[in-house]
Structures are given as C-alpha cells and as structure tokens.
Ligand binder design. Structure first.
Ligand SMILES: *Cc1c(COP(=O)(O)O)cnc(C)c1O
Length: 367
C-alpha cells in the first residue's frame, strides 16, 4: 500500500534528533513558555523573515488571534467584512466568523486553485477591512494586484500559511508578505509537530504583543489581565520537536518539489488535469492536486491498485451545515474543484519506485 502520508516514517527520519529534543524538554522540568518556545519563535521568525513569531496552540487559533487582536486594537469591529477564497479549508473561515466578522467568499482561479485576483475588487465594500489569502496546497496566493488592492483600499493583508511553510514569492517567504500570518503545525503539514501547534508571524509590534497576550489568558504581566483571552500556548515539547524539523524543512520541501516535477513531467493522461504552477520553484507542494471528471472512479481505481489518495476537500465551506445560511449560494468553480479534485501521495519519505508506480497507474487509467 502506498500511503498518502506516512507520518511514522516522517518522524523516524529524524528520530534520533527528535528523541534528543523531547528528552531535553522533559528533563528541563519547564513545560510551557520556556526556552524551547523562545528559541523556536526566534528561529521561526528568522526563517519566515519577520520581526516576530508567536507560538500558539494550533493554526486555527493563530488565525483567530490575528483578527481578535485587530478588534482589540480598534482596527476592526463586529460586522466588518473579510475577503477569503471560497475553496479554502474551513479553518480560514471559522477564524473570521469566530470573531463576528463577515466572510465574503471569492471564487478561486480554476487553474491555480488560488483566490482569483480579478474578482476581488468587485467584492470590496465600505465594510471590507481585510483580505485573508490562503496559500492553498503549498502554492503562493499572493499577487502584486492583491498587494495593490490592499494599499489602495487600506485593507489588512492576512495570510493563511498553514499549507505553505517555506514557500517563496520573489525570494521572500510566504508568511512575511502581508500584515500578519497564521501558521499550523498539525502533524501532516510540511512543518508538523507531534500533536497540535501553531504560530503567528508579523512585523507589527503592537499587534504581536496583543496576540501574545490573547493566547496567554489576555495577560502581559503575571496575574494582570488586559483582555479576556484564552489559553492557547505552544508547549515546550512541541517547540523542541519543531526546532528539529525546521532545520530540515527546506531539504524536505525539496523532495516534495522533485516528486511534483516528476508527476508533472510524466503523467500523461487526457482524462487528468495537472496543477498549473504559477511560480514553480516557490511551490512547496503540501498537496499535489489533480482533477478528473470521473474523480470517484479514479480514486477507487487507485485504491484497488494499492495507492491511497485523499480529497481536499469533498464539501466546500458554503455547503457545510455549520454555514447553512450560505447553502443556497452558488460558487461554480469552487464546487467544480470539490467534485473533481484528488490529492496524490507526496511526502519527503515517499520512495521513487512508489512515485513511478503512481505515474504508471495514472497513465494506464481509462474511464
Ligand atoms: C490545517 C489548516 C488550518 C488549521 O490548522 P490547525 O493547526 O489544524 O488548527 C488552517 N488553514 C488551512 C488552510 C489549513 O490547511
């Protein structure tokens, strides 16, 4: 069986270093807000290229804290609108609604799967305060046009970098392109912990201090509470693990890029649509998405032949029960992607004979 993602092997790859780091954290006797977290924040900020990185409990919280901090600072208020791609993972949208802000869904480009820069302007109103771009599947969603719209309409540019650690735009890392970015270290992400974890990056000092307080009970000084915050911290063991994996992130991303390159060059089947990559070297291929009109049959064929695949995602946010007020809305491109998308195995521990087998099977498939 070729697994979609073999987390056991991914951990084994750096097993010795990870065990050493975990032991160090355990033996230190200090489990929250200690040295590992401090060093990880410093190393991660350096890697992304921002002044500040703040560790927090998970990627969803990271995004929640960004918008909540803007509200605490009086820059946004309940009912304000945030533009977001309609085909994103639900967390991007939950972070907006959790703060009583209003998501304004915008269709993606069907070739890149990223928010369609040409549809954003139409979605801007008097109440628009931010654009939340999502570097979906590991590809950069930022464009100059989006940057210019933010400047022109005085909008905050927030990045959801949960799927794109290490991705670049003109040499600059995603997560440093806007005003603030949320990062997830869910185990399956390109930079994954051994449990939940997240971070926020920004160059904005005041915002960073507010977010740090919010994720720590709203406190900046022990037993003094400035905001009604929550407990949303990154623990020392996870920070220690992440420090190990961050060191190897570029090397691991390069393996993903090599596999993607091989897929793109060798999959030749008229019934399969390959991803069109805008900035090829920049894409860190968290996901390798293909499309087929007969997606479900293709998935079954691959399963029957020992290849595990996933769908990212089977049901778009506006069709979910939690957002039943949008269920009747129509986003044809988003819906098409959700009906046709299939994610092939791709990871830093995938073997070349496995990659070749996937290609062979795909080239031998007929509807
Ligand atoms: C994984 C993910 C998140 C949420 O991260 P968690 O750590 O699972 O909370 C947010 N946005 C996107 C696009 C993601 O893929």
């Amino acid at each position: 069986m070729i697994k979609f993602l073999d987390l056991q092997k991914i951990t084994q790859k750096y097993s010795e270093e990870i065990h050493e780091a975990v032991s160090r954290a355990i033996d230190s006797g200090w489990y929250l807000q200690g040295k590992e977290n401090e060093l990880f924040e410093k190393e991660y900020a350096e890697y992304i290229g921002t002044e500040y990185a703040i560790g927090c409990a998970n990627g969803l919280d990271a995004l929640i804290w960004i918008f909540r901090a803007y509200i605490e600072l009086g820059i946004m208020k309940a009912g304000d609108e945030v533009i977001v791609p309609a085909n994103t993972y639900i967390a991007s949208i939950l972070a907006i609604t959790e703060n009583n802000l209003k998501p304004v869904l915008v269709e993606p480009n069907v070739e890149t799967y990223q928010i369609d820069e040409n549809l954003i302007k139409k979605a801007i109103t008097q109440r628009t305060k931010a654009i939340l771009i999502v570097h979906l599947y590991g590809q950069c969603a930022y464009t100059e046009k989006i940057g210019n719209l933010c400047k022109k309409y005085n909008l905050k540019l927030v990045e959801d970098n949960a799927q794109a650690h290490g991705c670049r735009y003109n040499g600059q890392r995603t997560g440093s392109l806007g005003d603030a970015a949320g990062h997830s270290f869910y185990p399956g992400k390109n930079l994954g912990a051994l449990g939940d974890g997240g971070a926020i990056t920004t160059n904005d000092k005041e915002l960073s201090e507010t977010m740090r307080a919010l994720a720590n009970y709203g406190s900046q000084k022990k037993y003094v509470f400035k905001y009604c915050g929550r407990n949303s911290r990154l623990d020392e063991v996870q920070a220690a693990v992440l420090r190990v994996k961050l060191k190897h992130l570029d090397e691991d991303n390069n393996i993903r890029k090599d596999i993607a390159k091989y897929y793109i060059e060798h999959i030749k089947n008229p019934n399969i649509v390959l991803p069109i990559v805008r900035y090829r070297d920049a894409n860190v291929f968290h996901i390798f998405p293909i499309r087929s009109k007969d997606r479900d049959a293709l998935q079954k064929y691959l399963t029957d032949n020992g290849v595990q695949t996933l769908i990212h995602y089977p049901v778009p946010p506006h069709k979910q029960e939690c957002y039943r007020q949008w269920n009747e809305l129509s986003f044809p491109i988003t819906e098409k992607i959700h009906l046709e998308e299939l994610s092939l195995p791709i990871s830093p521990v995938m073997k070349w004979d496995e990659v070749e087998k996937v290609v062979e099977l795909l080239n031998g498939w007929s509807e």
